[in-house]
Write a new protein. Structure first.
Length: 110
């Protein structure tokens, strides 16, 4: 399993020094795109619960909400329990937008 860092590189940090808060603010300003189907809706709910955010849209990145490899493991375990589908945490780390992650879950279930 490959692990991506959730921390931005120093060049991506701004003057406040709190990249997670700034990323969340940027996400809130972005246009929200509703989940397209039932799977995306269920996955979005799990991500929102684990990362303690209000809404997760189709093009929102797991990393923009402060996602980590440990959070990915928790999210995937919860999806497996709720939906009965095998979900590899590496899929979320590699496909960090909701729509892409849900598509990977579909492919993995096929």
């Amino acid at each position: 399993m490959s692990v991506k860092s959730a921390r931005p590189r120093p060049a991506e940090q701004t003057r406040t020094g709190d990249p997670v808060t700034e990323n969340r603010a940027a996400v809130c300003k972005a246009a929200y795109e509703r989940p397209a189907d039932e799977l995306e809706e269920q996955v979005a709910c799990v991500i929102a619960e684990v990362l303690d955010v209000d809404l997760v849209g189709r093009r929102d990145s797991f990393y923009d909400f402060g996602g980590t490899s440990l959070a990915a493991i928790r999210i995937c375990a919860r999806i497996e329990r709720r939906l009965g589908l095998r979900v590899d945490p590496a899929w979320l780390l590699e496909h960090d937008e909701l729509a892409d992650f849900a598509e990977q879950i579909r492919l993995g279930a096929a």
